[in-house]
Design a protein around this ligand. Structure first.
Ligand code: UD1
Ligand code: MG
Length: 479
């Protein structure tokens, strides 16, 4: 979804400085992947989907890694601000103000570990302020059966929201019984936010600066607080790996449903990461795993157990079971597998065939060329219609450098040949079975390098007799 920009110039402020201790990991919590994309990538994408003009992510723990990911995934569209010490969500928001770009009128604030949140979920909170320009802020609210752990929404006698009270600061049983909670999406004008964050004090059970105290500040200065009913389940965060696994399953179900509704057959058990694109009438069989920026063209077929990472599969290609490929391109109607391994920079042309136990690496196979069985094709350039026989090896490495093997269009490489690179086989040339090719072969020539065969009539039984006698003599000696 890429929504139209919000009417009021809005910056999203995403809080992601926390350590995430319960993940028990060296990796910062917000970089743990859900369906192949780091957690923090989802709320950032949600901001763009909501039509925010800018995004600021507040970083702290693992700052360098988080910044490196954001720069790679979103470029200069995302700014970061540093919260030096984790003194609470209010302090984090305050740190974020330093990076808010010129011209921002409104700020949307939410947390960085909530992958299920959509652009629409945050957009409605921001747009709520359009209805009531003199309101101080708007925030998502929802009622749940078990409010344990959440900040509770407290209202005055007239039903107006006057405070968010954190679990640890609840005083009475009545307060503890409140089931209306704060899921954690807030919007306010930049002016009001600055003033409200300035007023925060760490007068609470955790001695932290609570972002949620901007609610009571609004009430105390006579500004209205607008509640926006929202679904609690989209705010689910990942605090530990069990929750992370739960989010992974929910996200996977969403991804699969999205592609099914877009006309793709996705069998139960296939795994499809967030960054993958599928064309209509494609089929993804059970236990196929599609990772990274993999793209599958219309009508292509990816059979059981294939694992594709950053692979472009063009229209109508057929990947048989257990095709393993990464950073490669598979052309239109090409046939790959079963059990083929395409390593990075393999470019398989239209209608080309790569079969059982063939490994390619940095190799281009032109239109209609074939390598159907048991071969290693590294650093190769293979011409259109060439045929690579079973057991062919491109000897590309001399222990120091890699060298190129070039095979001309329509050339035929007989089975069990070794091509010692650098080497060129001309167009239409023929390499006889079992040849070790060390000199380039001109176009249309035949290369053959094997010992001439001799047949010795009756020699097999003579040989057997000799060996039998030797065995019996050895056994007699033992006794
Ligand atoms: C917060 C809300 C609570 C709400 C709940 C919803 C506050 C005070 N409370 O509580 O009302 O019901 O979320 O899940 O905001 N962070 C920083 N710097 C800090 C502290 C936190 O960047 O100094 C970030 C964390 O990385 C995290 C987010 O803020 O992504 C939320 O912090 P967390 O400590 O989980 O807040 P909760 O106690 O869950
Ligand atoms: Mg939390």
């Amino acid at each position: 979804m890429s929504a139209s920009p919000l009417k009021v110039k809005t910056t999203a402020l995403i809080l992601a400085a926390g350590q995430g201790t319960r993940m028990k990991s060296n990796l910062p919590k917000v970089l743990h992947p859900v369906c192949g994309r780091p957690l923090v990538g989802y709320p950032v994408q949600a901001a763009f989907d909501a039509g925010c003009h800018d995004v600021v992510v507040v970083v702290g723990h693992g700052r360098e890694l988080v910044e490196a990911y954001l720069a790679k995934a979103f470029g200069s569209r995302v700014r970061t601000a540093l919260q030096v010490e984790q003194k609470g969500t209010g302090d984090a928001a305050k740190a974020g103000l330093a990076a808010i770009p010129e011209g921002t009128e409104r700020v949307l604030i939410y947390y960085g570990d909530v992958p299920l949140l959509s652009g629409e979920d945050v957009r409605v909170v921001a747009e709520k302020l359009d209805d009531d320009p003199i309101a101080g802020l708007s925030l998502a609210i929802c009622s749940i059966d078990n409010p344990q752990g959440y900040g509770r929404v407290l209202r005055d006698a007239t039903g107006h929201i006057v405070e968010i009270r954190e679990q640890k600061d609840l005083k009475t049983d009545d307060e503890r019984a409140v089931r209306e909670i704060n899921p954690g999406i807030y919007a306010a004008s930049l002016g009001f936010l600055r003033e409200a964050l300035e007023s925060l004090q760490p007068n609470n059970a955790q001695k932290e600066y609570y972002l949620t105290d901007i609610v009571s500040h609004a009430a105390s200065v006579g500004k209205r607080v607008l509640g926006v009913p929202s679904r609690a389940d989209v705010m689910e965060g990942a605090n530990d790996r069990a929750q992370l696994a739960g989010l992974e399953e929910q996200m996977q179900a969403r991804i699969v449903k999205k592609w099914r509704l877009a006309g793709v057959t996705v069998r139960e058990g296939a795994r499809i990461e967030s960054g993958v694109t599928l064309g209509k009438d494609a089929t993804i069989e059970a236990y196929a795993v599609l990772r990274g920026a993999t793209t599958i063209g219309e009508g292509a077929f990816v059979d059981v157990g294939s694992v594709l990472t950053d692979v472009v599969v063009e229209e109508g290609a057929h990947l048989k079971p257990y095709t393993i490929a990464s950073q490669s391109t598979i052309g239109k109607k090409a046939q790959i597998g079963p059990f083929s391994h395409l390593r990075p920079e393999s470019v398989i042309g239209e209608d080309a065939h790569v079969g059982n136990f063939v490994e390619t690496k940095k190799t281009t196979m032109d239109k209609g060329s074939k390598a159907n069985h048991l071969a290693y094709l590294g650093d190769g350039v293979i011409g259109a219609g060439a045929n690579i026989g079973a057991g062919t090896i491109f000897c590309n490495y001399d222990g120091f450098q890699k060298h190129t093997t070039t095979i001309g269009a329509g050339a035929f490489i007989g089975s069990d040949s070794q091509l010692v690179a650098p080497i060129t086989i001309g167009d239409g040339a023929y390499v006889a079975t079992g040849t070790t090719v060390t000199k380039s072969v001109p176009a249309d020539a035949l290369a053959i390098s094997r010992v001439k065969q001799e047949n010795k009539e009756g020699y097999a039984s003579k040989l057997r007799g000799r060996m039998k006698a030797a065995k019996e003599a050895a056994a007699a000696k033992k006794k």
